[in-house]
Ligand binder design. Structure first.
Ligand code: SAM
Length: 268
C-alpha cells in the first residue's frame, strides 16, 4: 500500500479531518518517508521517539522495525488511536513535557511547524542530548538552522543549533508531498550531538539572544544589556585580539567566535 492509500484508509477509519491548528499536514510521499527512515536506520537506534505520529506515515513503518518506540501526540483522538494499537503514547504537548529521556533515544518527527524552532532550542539545552534527531522543518527554518555568518538567515537559532549539533540535510519535500498541501516547502535535517565547551547552556542561550537582540545594531550596543556576570570592558580587547571592527555585528561572527567571546567576557 502506498503512503497516500494508507492515509486515506486511516482518515476514513478514524473519521477525522486534518487540524490546521495542530499543523496536521500528513506525509504522502513514499520517497520522502523512505529517506527519513534510512536516516534513522543509519544511526542503528535501540530506542526511538516520534513527535506527532498523526495518521502513521512514519509510525507504521517505525513500529515494524523498532520495538522500543514512544509516541508523543497532542491530538487526543490520535493519541487514543495509537494507544489502542498497543504503542507507548505520551499524550501532550512536546514543548511542555518532561524530556529527561536521556541520550539513548533517537528523535524523529515530521514536526508541526509551529513548534519546530522552539523544539530545536529546547533539545539543544538538554544536559543529556538525544542520540540523534531526524526532523522535518519548513524550508526557511531549516535554512536558518544551517545558515552561515553574513547571510540573511543567520541568527540565534543557527548559533545555538550549530554549537550543540553537527547538522546535515537529508532531503527536501515539496508541498505536494503532504496532504493537505502546506503553502511552503519543507526540508529534513539530521542532528548528531557535537562536543561543546559550553558548560551552562541556559546562560549561553541568554548570551546569544542578547547578541542578536537587535539584528541591525552593532554588537557593542546589544552587549550593553548583559548583566554583571560579564566584564563588558574587555570587549575592546577581544575586538583587537580578533582583528574585528568596533562596528561589528553579531551576524558577522562565526559560531566559534561567539562562543569564544562568551568565554572571554564571562567573569570567573
Ligand atoms: N507524522 C505524521 C506524518 O508525517 O504524516 C503527522 C505529522 S503532522 C505534520 C504533525 C503531528 O504533530 C500531528 O499528528 C499533530 O497532531 C501533532 N502535534 C501538533 N502539535 C503538537 C505538539 N505540540 N506536541 C505533540 N504533537 C503535536
Amino acid at each position: 500500500m502506498t503512503a497516500l492509500e494508507r492515509l486515506e484508509k486511516r482518515l476514513a477509519e478514524l473519521q477525522i479531518i486534518a487540524k490546521k491548528s495542530l499543523g496536521q499536514n500528513f506525509l504522502v510521499s513514499d520517497g520522502v518517508i523512505n529517506k527519513i527512515l534510512d536516516a534513522v536506520a543509519d544511526e542503528s537506534p535501540q530506542k526511538v521517539l516520534e513527535i506527532g505520529p498523526g495518521c502513521g506515515a512514519l509510525t507504521d513503518l517505525l513500529a515494524e522495525k523498532y520495538k522500543d518506540l514512544t509516541l508523543i501526540e497532542l491530538d487526543r483522538h490520535l493519541a487514543e488511536f495509537w494507544r489502542q494499537q498497543n504503542l507507548n503514547v505520551i499524550e501532550g504537548d512536546a514543548l511542555r513535557m518532561d524530556w529527561s529521556f536521556g541520550s539513548s533515544y533517537l528523535l524523529v518527527s515530521n514536526l508541526p511547524y509551529q513548534i519546530s524552532s522552539s523544539l530545536v532550542i529546547e533539545r539543544s539545552m538538554d544536559d543529556s542530548q538525544l542520540q540523534a534527531m531526524v526532523l522535518m522543518f519548513q524550508k526557511e527554518v531549516a535554512q536558518r538552522i544551517r545558515a552561515m555568518p553574513q547571510t540573511e538567515h543567520y541568527g540565534m537559532l543557527s548559533v545555538i543549533a550549530q554549537e550543540f549539533w553537527q547538522i546535515s540535510t537529508v532531503c527536501d519535500a515539496g508541498s505536494r508531498e503532504f496532504k493537505p498541501a502546506p503553502k511552503v516547502s519543507s526540508r529534513v535535517l539530521k542532528f548528531l550531538p557535537r562536543t561543546s565547551e559550553i558548560q551552562n547552556k541556559a546562560e549561553y542561550l541568554a548570551f546569544v539572544k542578547a547578541c542578536f537582540q537587535q539584528r541591525r545594531r552593532v554588537l557593542s550596543t546589544n552587549l550593553a544589556a548583559l548583566n554583571q556576570q560579564y566584564d563588558k570592558s574587555k570587549f575592546k580587547d577581544w575586538l583587537e585580539q580578533n582583528k574585528k571592527s568596533d562596528k561589528v555585528r553579531a551576524e558577522e561572527l562565526s559560531v566559534k567566535e561567539i562562543a569564544n567571546l562568551y568565554h572571554f567576557l564571562k567573569m570567573k
